[in-house]
Design a binder for this molecule. Structure first.
Ligand code: ADP
Length: 372
């Protein structure tokens, strides 16, 4: 939009008509003060400014505009009665495009200059936008790089922990075997197996991340029975509980179309987190139901909970809640992988949580039918 500033309504009228006739949108102001008010409120591509006005003259207006960060780049076309005023023109308004036209106005010249400035303004805008976008992208990349570095160091640490335990348990079982203590040997081998399971899950998660990044996470969809999947998943998680009881509620003994292994992975992940982040609780609840042709699953724990501000980030890659990151080991990728799996099943997911009371992680996916 072009702003015409002139104290004489007849001048405004003829300029407005000329510009509108050439498809420009036009706004008008009859004094410098009114112009400044409008410039603060609206966005203009060009200001046509009469130099001689009672009250604030054109130069004063231009000087004032140069102090507004939002408007300082708007080109100004001065209308002056005498050519010699030209040297004033650049004063105080160095950053934007500037030009003048002597009165009486030659319509062709005015149009030519208006068009040039309009284009200049549009190009400047495009450049500014491109610059802002670039700066934003650079910032995002910097943050991702930093997160990646942190991730590599946490990942190495996370891999090292079960490895150290495995080494220890193997030494212990060797000694127990030498002492012919079969009971202890068995116990240490079982513990070794648990640690190996942990290690293999970690490696699987790491591989999943690189598959997702490379756009190579392929799903193997088919029809499976959810009830069976659920009891398998619970059986797999049970040995890792620290005295928790896993309470199963609802009924969803239905056939579902999806990737069985991946859906099981989501449930195991939700359950493992529920157990991990509620070390002092006695129970974890898992409930499944069918509503509106969708399978809805929720896993509730009575653990540490998640602060409200952090809940929206919880499914992001590498995200861990700072307050608890020292107390609990983890990579911050499990829920991200869950989200990616669910997205590929037309799924929805989320969390409701109260710090200190616990969390409910839920998801839903479409099912095939309601058959029992
Ligand atoms: P990890 O547990 O390996 O850090 P996840 O992606 O599974 O990674 O979880 C991301 C973060 O979400 C965790 O670091 C933790 O801060 C938070 N979180 C996940 N599940 C729970 C839960 N049941 N209770 C409290 N916080 C949780």
């Amino acid at each position: 939009m072009i702003l015409i500033v002139d104290d004489k309504s007849e001048n405004i009228f003829s300029l407005k008509k000329l510009l509108e006739h050439n498809n420009f949108e036009v706004d008008t102001a009859s004094s410098g003060e009114e112009a400044l008010r409008k410039i603060l409120k609206n966005i203009y591509a060009l200001i046509i400014l009469d130099v001689q006005m009672p009250g604030m003259d054109g130069f004063e207006v231009a000087e004032a505009i140069s102090g507004y960060s939002k408007a300082k780049d708007i080109p100004i076309l001065f209308l002056s009665a005498v050519n010699k005023e030209k040297h004033f023109i650049t004063r105080g308004y160095a950053s934007g495009g500037i030009d003048y036209i002597t009165k009486p106005v030659d319509p062709d010249i005015l149009l030519l200059k208006a068009k040039t400035f309009y284009r200049l303004y549009e190009q400047t805008q495009q450049l500014t936008q491109a610059r802002e976008k670039l700066t934003e992208e650079i910032e995002i990349r910097k943050v991702t790089e930093k997160k990646k570095d942190e991730f590599i160091s946490i990942a190495s640490h996370e891999l090292k922990t079960p490895l150290t335990s495995i080494k220890g348990y193997l030494q212990l079982s060797e000694r127990a075997l030498e002492n012919k203590n079969l009971e202890n040997t068995k116990k240490y081998i079982q513990r070794t197996q648990l640690q190996l399971e942990k290690l293999s899950n970690l490696v699987a998660d790491l591989l999943d991340i690189s598959k997702i990044e490379g756009g190579k996470m392929k799903l193997n969809k088919g029809i499976f029975n959810f009830g069976k999947l659920l009891s398998n998943a619970i059986d797999m998680v049970r040995p890792t509980t620290n005295g928790h009881k896993i309470i199963v509620k609802g009924s969803a003994d239905v056939d579902v179309y999806g990737d069985e292994v991946r859906i099981e992975q989501v449930i195991i992940n939700y359950l493992t987190n529920a157990l991990k982040y509620s070390p002092d609780a006695e129970e974890v609840h898992i409930e499944s139901n069918i509503t509106d042709n969708r399978l809805k699953v929720s896993v509730q724990d009575f653990g540490i909970g998640i602060p409200p501000r952090k809940q929206k980030n919880i499914f992001q890659k590498f995200y861990r809640v700072e307050e608890s990151s020292n107390r609990f080991q983890g990579l911050g990728i499990g829920l991200y992988i869950c989200a990616e799996i669910l997205k590929r099943h037309e799924g929805t997911y989320g969390v409701k949580s109260v710090p200190g009371s616990g969390s409910v992680f839920h998801f839903s996916i479409p099912i095939l039918n309601h058959s029992k």
